[in-house]
Design a binder for this molecule. Sequence first.
Ligand SMILES: Nc1ncnc2c1ncn2[C@@H]1O[C@H](COP(=O)(O)OP(=O)(O)OP(=O)(O)O)[C@@H](O)[C@H]1O
Length: 254
Amino acid sequence: MTKTVGNIKIAHVSKVYTNGTIGLDGINLEIPSGEFLVIVGLSGAGKSTLLRAINRLHDVTTGSIEIDGEDITKARGKGLRLLRRNIAMIFQNFNLVKRASVARNVLAGRVGYYSTFRSTFGLFSKGDREMAAQNLKRVNMIEKYYTRADELSGGQQQRVAIARAMMQAPKVVLADEPIASLDPKTTEMVMDDLKRLNQELGLTVIVNLHSVPLAMQYADRIIGLRAGKLVYDKPISEVTEADFTGIYAELGDK
Ligand SMILES: Nc1ncnc2c1ncn2[C@@H]1O[C@H](COP(=O)(O)OP(=O)(O)OP(=O)(O)O)[C@@H](O)[C@H]1O
């Protein structure tokens, strides 16, 4: 089997929802291992659809999405499970089990490595408990190990969600507007956490954002979507001040 390093190759990908809405329209995109890619675009541009196609939460209508040479759009059964294990997802609304402890939520990130029986009964190994503690330290949340998730602030919940994502030992992290419901200071903490994972562990990180200034601050490369099409694609070194307004104007010009 190919060694997984987090290269993504999206070729001729379109997605038409069953009601006829075009989600994605002929996307071609290569994302090299270790890149911090930010996707910007107005609401409805197709950002979530693209992220969800990458981990196969959505099926695409045409095209292929290769993760290290393996097409996830065609994967089935065990092959799909193994591919998915390498791709962690972080959501806008955190998706934690509110009544469970922080530790339990973080350990849940490990279920891809366990039988259903063991994970249902919480039979996690000592090694995994240590890994959970390590990942909570990484996001400065270790002191909340036993706290219930619903006693945390939004920013703290998102950091627990990042620790949970890390339990998968992923190669790729997808974050769908991870800071949409957070204040500016917490936003910075969460974006810093994502950047640290990218830089220290070399993970490929793909983040959907509405904010171009934030994209400018964190991205290696920015792409823009409008009505399902790729309309902007530049490395951060080539993004100019003029593009700043350009991105807004072009994306807004529906
Ligand atoms: N399940 C669905 N069924 C039908 N159409 C959908 C579905 N999900 C999304 N769409 C449509 O697909 C298009 C792209 O939506 P998507 O959620 O990917 O955009 P987005 O850029 O992520 O928007 P936002 O920033 O608001 O999250 C929109 O026109 C949306 O209405």
